[in-house]
Design a protein around this ligand. Structure first.
Ligand SMILES: [Zn+2]
Length: 224
């Protein structure tokens, strides 16, 4: 099989591409899937929801096999070697990229306070960073104290967005991808991100609350 080139790694803003079918198969329910290269579809993973989009105008569902191959169901059953026209929904892509990038920033700002990251979700409407409560020295019980922490993080978040720092990524020989936000940090990550922090709009920390054994910091963001 031809190697799948995941184009979303290098360009968040590549919404359409002509691609070649490099593999086909059937899922557990008997539905045919195809894998294409270059692949512009981000599958669900790393806390980021999958893209939505089309192949030759037909809506597809995006999945990932255990070996990492990104597969599309709903495209019919074009044969290996066929050339197809692929497209991701730009609005969904940009929202996911904004939420994901803002998630890096909220994670960084928590770590800056000494909090230890324990999990995250960048799903629209439920985006949050989780931290280990034992790493949190601030009082988060009193509502006023909680508000104070939220206000501080919000201020730092706005200052970072105002730097309009570039977000870049690189892929090493072993296939490990590193995402670097200028002046912030570098993290291994497989998601999609905005090209620079100036693209973020409405970045807002909504809540910081210890719940079910984690400090959950809820936030939102969109793409300008
Ligand atoms: Zn990321």
């Amino acid at each position: 099989m031809e190697k799948q080139l995941n184009a979303y790694f290098s360009d968040t803003y590549l919404f359409e591409a002509e691609a070649t079918v490099i593999a086909t198969g059937h899922d557990d329910g008997g539905e045919p899937w195809i894998a294409v290269s270059p692949n512009i579809f981000h599958p669900r993973g790393g806390g980021q929801m999958e893209d939505t989009g089309t192949v030759d105008g037909r809506e597809v569902a995006v999945g990932r096999l255990d070996d990492g191959l990104v597969v599309l169901t709903g495209a019919g059953d074009p044969a290996v070697g066929s050339v197809v026209r692929t497209a991701v929904d730009p609005d969904t892509r940009l929202l996911h990229a904004a939420l994901h990038t803002a998630g890096h920033l909220v994670g960084f700002l928590g770590e800056e306070r000494g909090w230890r990251h324990s999990g995250h979700s960048h799903f629209p409407g439920q985006a949050r960073l989780d931290f280990h409560p034992e790493s949190v020295s601030e009082d988060l019980v009193a509502p006023q104290a909680r508000e104070q922490v939220i206000t501080e993080i919000q201020g730092r978040l706005e200052a970072l967005v105002a730097t309009k720092a570039t977000v870049a990524s690189s892929l090493d020989e072993a296939g490990i991808r590193t995402v670097v936000i200028g002046g912030v940090n570098a993290e291994p990550c497989g998601g999609t991100h905005v090209r620079d922090l100036g693209a973020l709009r409405g970045t807002r920390v909504m809540e910081a609350k210890i719940k079910r054994g984690a400090l959950k910091v809820r936030y939102e963001a969109t793409h300008g």
